[in-house]
Design a protein around this ligand. Structure first.
Ligand code: COA
Length: 160
C-alpha cells in the first residue's frame, strides 16, 4: 500500500525524517507531498524544498517526493491513494490534527489518516523553531538532516 506524508517541509527536519524512515518500513511506498498550508509563508521555494527532501531521504528506496497545490483529498483521489500519514508531537497537535482528519474524512470517506507519534527526541521540534535557531549560530546537526544545514544558513545570512 502507498502512504502519502503531506506537509509544508519548510524545511524538512530530523523529526520529519524519523517519521518517513519508520513509515517506509510499514508501507510499500511513501510519497512525501510538499503541500500548501495557506496560513504559512515559505522561506524555501517549492523546488528547494523538494530537492532537500529528495537528498535527505535518498537512502530510502521506496520513498519519493511530489508536490500539489489544492486539497489533499483531491491529490489522493487523482492518484488513487487512500492513506495519509500525519505525525503527532505534543498534545496540542492532537486537536488540530483531529480536526483536519475529520474534515478530510467528511470530504472523502475512503481516505484514512494514519497517525504516528514523533520520536521522543523530536517532540520539541518544528520547522519554524529550526529557522529561528539558525539565526543564532546554534548547532543544527541534531535538528535537520546534514544536507539542510548549508542552504538554511545561506537563507538566514541572505536576509541579514
Ligand atoms: N517532527 C518535527 N516537527 C514536525 C513533525 C515531526 N514529526 N511533524 C510536524 N512537524 C512540524 C512541522 O515542521 C510544522 O512546523 P511549522 O509550523 O514550524 O512549519 C508543524 O509541525 C506543523 O506540521 P503540520 O501540522 O504537518 O503542518 P504543515 O504546515 O507542515 O502541513 C498541510 C499542513 C500542508 C499538510 C495541510 O495544510 C494540508 O493538508 N494542506 C492541503 C490543503 C488541504 O487539504 N486543506 C484542508 C485540510 S482539512
Amino acid at each position: 500500500m502507498v502512504a502519502v506524508y503531506p506537509g509544508s517541509f519548510d524545511p524538512i527536519t530530523c523529526g520529519h525524517l524519523d517519521i518517513i524512515e519508520r513509515a517506509s518500513r510499514i508501507f510499500d511506498e511513501v510519497v512525501i507531498l510538499c503541500a500548501v498550508n495557506p496560513s504559512k509563508t515559505s522561506m524555501f521555494s517549492l523546488e528547494e524544498k523538494q530537492r532537500l527532501i529528495t537528498e535527505a531521504a535518498g537512502h530510502l528506496p521506496n520513498v519519493r517526493v511530489d508536490h500539489f497545490t489544492g486539497l489533499l483529498v483531491d491529490y489522493m483521489h487523482a492518484n488513487g491513494f487512500r492513506v495519509a500519514i500525519k505525525g503527532l508531537r505534543v498534545i496540542s497537535d492532537f486537536e488540530y490534527e483531529l480536526q483536519m482528519a475529520l474534515m478530510n474524512k467528511r470530504l472523502a470517506e475512503d481516505i484514512e489518516t494514519f497517525f504516528m507519534m514523533s520520536g521522543s527526541e523530536h517532540l520539541f521540534l518544528s520547522s519554524s523553531l529550526v529557522k529561528e535557531l539558525a539565526g543564532f549560530d546554534t548547532p543544527l546537526d541534531a535538528l535537520v538532516p546534514p544536507c539542510v544545514v548549508g542552504p538554511l544558513l545561506e537563507k538566514i545570512n541572505s536576509k541579514r
